[in-house]
Design a protein around this ligand. Sequence first.
Ligand SMILES: Cc1cc2nc3c(=O)[nH]c(=O)nc-3n(C[C@H](O)[C@H](O)[C@H](O)COP(=O)(O)OP(=O)(O)OC[C@H]3O[C@@H](n4cnc5c(N)ncnc54)[C@H](O)[C@@H]3O)c2cc1C
Length: 474
Amino acid sequence: MPQHPQAPEASRRRARAGVLVLGGGFAGATVTRRLGTTGATLVSSENALLFTPLLPEVASGSIEPRHVVVPLRQMCPNADLVLGEVSHVDTDRKVVVVSNEVGELIYSYDHLVIALGAVSRTLPIPGLAEHAIGFKTFYDAVYLRDHVLRELDLADNEQSPERAASHLSFVFVGAGYAGVEALAELHDLVQDALRDYPSLRSIPQRWLLVEAQDRILPAIPTHLGEYATELLTARGIEIHTNTRLDAVHLDRVELSDGQVVPAHTVVWSAGVAPHPLVTVMDLPTDRAGRIRVDATLRVEDQEGVWALGDIARVVNVATPGVNDPPTSQHAIRQGRHLARNLKHALDGEPLQPYGFRALGQVATLGRYRGIADVLGLRFSGMLGWLITRAYHVYAMPLLTRRIRVLADWTLSLFFRRDVVAYGGSELAPKLHDYEPPGIEELKAVRAPVIPEHSSATDEPSDGGARSDANDTTA
Ligand SMILES: Cc1cc2nc3c(=O)[nH]c(=O)nc-3n(C[C@H](O)[C@H](O)[C@H](O)COP(=O)(O)OP(=O)(O)OC[C@H]3O[C@@H](n4cnc5c(N)ncnc54)[C@H](O)[C@@H]3O)c2cc1C
């Protein structure tokens, strides 16, 4: 947690309409947007929602990075947006402390919505935190792109073909959607970029997809997974199922099947863990550390505390015995439902149980290839790719963002892929920032002294509603 030694004394404010939403991702932003003119105070560390399904295309340069982030002030025009890090949650006293450069802001609330999402889940694998690259955040995608392009230049500088080959070896660990899509997109980027590196054309490349389970894309129907396996294998990608990452070094990777792969790039997308603040919130959690909520999305045994999205274990009455998976599709549906239940709670009306059947699953496998399982119908190849793109555009929250993404895709049909590296992205948070020491730090954070009264006590935090968003979809 950032420390602000010169922070002025804490001031206390009241959340708009008594509703305080923590996290401006799919879940939190959807709840806030759907509350409409009821209003809420939305706390987020970023001023925009990151549209993660298109993150692999940011890494490969098919889409301009700014176009996959949706400004929260436009998406939630009736909310007060507070930019800062949630640093302390006290559900007994119904207050939350937010830290930013202004100081420690203390918000009181009647209803607290916890939607802080998840972080990359790391494992105690030697060298993982130091050398692997996560694939979860905006900065991860920009950093990965810069790193891969730099590897091409380093390979070009090497005198020895073996050492050059190690710069053209890329290991992706975790064969869920994020890992497979990232690998396919980065593979396309490198093939396009190599046109500018004639001396590297004779150097062999290696692309490895490492998965501990017995198949890739375990969440999709088997035959689409088989199609993906065949397609990637035909492109020369080595798929290692039933294999674990054993160790990562600066210049090589050790796998559980005994292989040692000379490589400088390891991308880790082997799952997520709930946001570490959960560990200090004193709320009921499941074995995976997710906050337990009842069918109305209210935290078990807590009045006025709600949780949803990747941070929560969400019971879905439409899929008895199967909790919601951590996807944006579910986070959005939960958000819409919770907004309705919050309105019911504010009006003293009965709450409704949450139930949603997923429409299906989609994934791209690089340019012009994809897989889609929609309402029981299964598509692969070019059609699967088109359906995946159409779904992503449909799911994008603001019309202006949809148009920008469509424009990027259209331009990419006529121009060569942009291979400019941004530079400076090495300053962004890395995988090791999510390591256990972060959690220990959190536990050690001193609970701030929360004044019972102050001059600003229980005043609304901000003025009137802002101008309308340029779109009304959600
Ligand atoms: C690369 C990638 C690709 C994906 N592709 C798909 C896909 O194709 N389809 C799909 O359905 N799902 C996909 N997902 C999963 C999807 O992104 C998540 O399920 C979804 O983001 C969960 O929504 P959320 O609101 O719970 O969390 P998030 O969207 O992660 O939002 C959490 C918010 O909390 C904020 N926050 C965190 N900590 C603090 C703090 N201390 N103080 C203040 N604010 C804080 C963050 O800034 C963020 O705005 C993908 C995920 C990744 C990483």
